[in-house]
Design a binder for this molecule. Structure first.
Ligand code: ATP
Ligand code: MG
Length: 417
């Protein structure tokens, strides 16, 4: 029995994110930068004590930055480093530091080189704005875009300013992360391990692991992914994490996935068996196979896949008898199973997955309401099928149905050892 040990989480160095841009507070762009950075910080031993989105207005930005710096050991700002007048991050940092902005000649040369290398012509006068640096701050190189980042100090708080463009920000934060340990006092890179399970909900998982979801060393969190699995994340010192992972594995054994998510697990398992997967998708419109191809290595198990949207396509491509569709309706157990069998025959795959349903918002009926989805999987001689009733938008119904289809495929493959 592992005894949960409580240690104050407050002793970890803290980090706050400040996402800058009117587009964020107007809801036109979702702040994915802070979500990414929160994981970046947690993996490096920082406790995230808050995430704030703020508009481009100078006064709001200065107030939010001063407030964040008073409360954290590290503040990471994203956005507002561009060349336009509404990009005011540099100015706000200088104001909070109480220093002037100076033009950094090295930054200007780097900006000119960036334009030359990418055939953008000459930088415009407004790009000079991007070479401004608060006195006493240093530059963070950006090899993917024109805006260099900044590294500054406000009182005892370190401040990193990174561009808003996600791929530029991620590359720069990854580089910055390597030197954080030598800079922020008390920062110790923790051990981070994850486990993934499928086939049980959060509450039944909770019952099996009562007492193990501790707050600190190890910190254990559980998240339900919209890709159909649960993820348990364990953070702490190597020995505490190792012990907790062993205990969690023991209690969740029959539900564990070998890789991060269903698609990755199918790629691993079928790949080891030298087998292939194909899907015949109706209401999911290709999302089953999209979830598979999103994982590197998908080509080891995927040769081809079909979107058989119209009833005629189900007949022509999969050999589903027209009479079967007429008798049972296109959203039915008989049809989804015939789709999987037909697909297996026509593509010669080992695992065939099929979907047919009503993604909405229209097209539902009393007998077959929006969100009704039939899913089947065929493997070896076995065919299994399940009816799902999924609530929510068209997007959610399609995404969840695709995830459930992979879950059914996974369970069938695992049951056939
Ligand atoms: P640039 O050099 O491109 O001007 P910048 O640092 O000024 O960079 P912004 O202009 O604020 O960045 O944002 C550039 C783009 O990055 C925006 O169009 C937006 O789509 C994206 N972006 C900005 N902030 C975020 C965020 N917090 N989360 C996700 N995307 C973001
Ligand atoms: Mg902006």
């Amino acid at each position: 029995m592992v005894r949960p040990r409580r240690r104050s989480a407050a002793r970890l160095p803290t980090c706050r994110m400040l996402a800058v841009g009117d587009e964020l507070i107007l809801g036109r762009v979702v702040d994915t930068n802070s979500a990414w950075l929160a994981q970046w910080a947690g993996n490096r031993g920082l406790r995230v004590s808050g995430i704030t989105a703020v508009g481009d207005g100078f006064d709001e930005l200065v107030a939010a930055l001063a407030n964040a710096c008073a409360q954290a050991d590290l503040v990471v700002i994203t956005g507002g480093l561009g060349p336009t007048e509404d990009d005011r991050t540099r100015h706000a940092v200088a104001a909070v530091m109480g220093v002037e902005l100076v033009e950094d000649q090295q930054a200007w040369r780097t900006i000119c080189r960036h334009f030359q290398r990418n055939n953008y012509g000459s930088p415009s006068p407004s790009n000079r704005r991007q070479a401004l640096r608060p006195e006493g701050a240093s530059l963070l190189p950006n090899d993917r875009g024109s805006a260099p980042g900044l590294w500054a100090k406000v009182g005892r708080c370190h401040v990193a300013c990174l561009p808003g463009v996600p791929h530029e920000m991620e590359a720069m934060a990854t580089r910055l992360g390597r030197r954080l340990a030598g800079t922020i006092r008390g920062l110790v890179k923790p051990t981070v391990k994850e486990l993934w399970c499928v086939g049980l909900g959060e509450s039944s998982a909770q019952e099996r692991i009562t007492g193990l979801l501790t707050e600190a060393n190890p910190q254990v969190g559980i998240t339900a992914s919209d890709l159909g699995h649960l993820c348990l994340r364990v953070v702490g010192t190597p020995s505490e994490v190792g012990g907790r992972i062993r205990e969690l594995r023991k209690r969740l054994r029959e539900y564990l996935l070998p890789a991060p998510g269903l698609a990755a697990s199918l790629i691993l398992e079928l790949g080891q068996r030298g087998e292939t997967l194909a899907a015949a998708e109706s209401c999911t419109g290709g999302q089953v196979v999209a979830q598979v191809t999103a994982v590197p290595g998908a080509s080891t198990i995927l040769n081809e896949s079909l979107v058989t949207y119209h009833a005629h396509a189900k007949q022509r491509r999969l050999g589903v008898p027209a009479a079967l569709i007429r008798r049972h309706g296109v959203v039915s157990q008989a049809v989804v199973e015939a789709m999987a069998r037909g697909l297996k025959k026509t593509t010669d795959c080992h695992l065939a997955i099929s979907t047919t349903g009503i993604a909405g918002p229209d097209g539902g009926s009393r007998e077959c309401p929006v969100g009704t989805v039939w899913i089947a999987a065929a493997y070896g001689e076995r065919v299994v099928s399940r009816e799902c009733h999924i609530r929510g938008s068209r997007q959610r119904i399609q995404r969840w149905a695709a995830a459930q289809a992979l879950a059914i495929g996974w369970q069938l493959v695992k049951a056939s050892v």
